[in-house]
Write a protein that binds this ligand. Structure first.
Ligand code: COA
Length: 189
């Protein structure tokens, strides 16, 4: 299975928006209020992602994963996280979003995206990374398996409803590369 990870292009915004909405609906059904999920709008998200892609600077990047020329996942990496949490502040890079289309999950694509983000941070002298996720997210094991440790939690409002976010962190981005590169080399499925 040949996965290509590349920098985002503006023409990717529509597919990114679709993956974003569809994975929220499939992954967070039962976790996030049904109305919030129903109200997600492809067109709002397309505009949002277009703006994000256009405003990328030397401190943020979006990487996309392609399988047989089809965009199947993406990750947003930011070098300066704005979180007020003291514990999370010790982590200089933030994995701000990562999504893989449901049909292509558990094939190692998310791992390849995280490795690319770690590599990007290392090249920019950012040595550590954190990520926030919903406390009950059944996908949190993904971070665990990649060697991240649980660091913090905070309340978070979505459509006026309060949820709890938890953060995971890697203190050393090189360790992400060292511990996980072999998984890609032995690419299973
Ligand atoms: C989380 C996500 C990005 C992972 O991408 P992926 O391509 O499926 O991940 P990988 O195939 O690289 O998984 C690597 C390992 O993580 C663990 N893992 C991944 N998804 C898991 C799940 N749903 N449950 C338990 N463990 C999981 C497994 O150990 C897996 O290895 P294995 O398949 O050999 O057992 C993807 O599943 C996704 O988009 N989920 C929905 C959205 C989401 O929750 N994003 C994160 C928001 S912060």
């Amino acid at each position: 299975m040949k996965v290509v990870i590349r920098d985002v292009r503006i023409s990717d915004a529509e597919i990114i928006a679709r993956i974003n909405v569809d994975t929220w609906r499939s992954a967070y059904a039962g976790l996030i209020d049904e109305k919030t999920l129903q109200n997600l709008s492809y067109s709002d998200k397309v505009n949002g992602w277009k703006n994000r892609i256009e405003s990328l600077d030397d401190r943020t990047q979006i990487f996309v994963a392609e399988l047989n020329n089809e965009l199947v996942g993406f990750a947003l990496a930011g070098q300066e996280q704005q979180d007020p949490s003291i514990k999370s502040k010790q982590y200089k890079g933030e994995l701000m979003a990562i999504y893989v289309s449901e049909k292509f999950q558990r094939k190692g694509i998310g791992t390849q995206l995280v490795l690319k983000v770690a590599d990007y941070f290392i090249s920019n002298n950012i040595n550590s990374t954190c990520v926030w996720t919903l406390k009950e997210n059944p996908y949190s094991d993904f971070y665990d398996k990649l060697g991240a440790e649980l660091i913090d939690s905070k309340p978070h409002l979505i459509d006026q409803k309060e949820y709890t976010l938890i953060s995971y962190g890697w203190k050393d981005n090189k360790s992400i590369m060292n511990s996980n590169q072999s998984k890609i080399a032995n690419n299973k499925k």
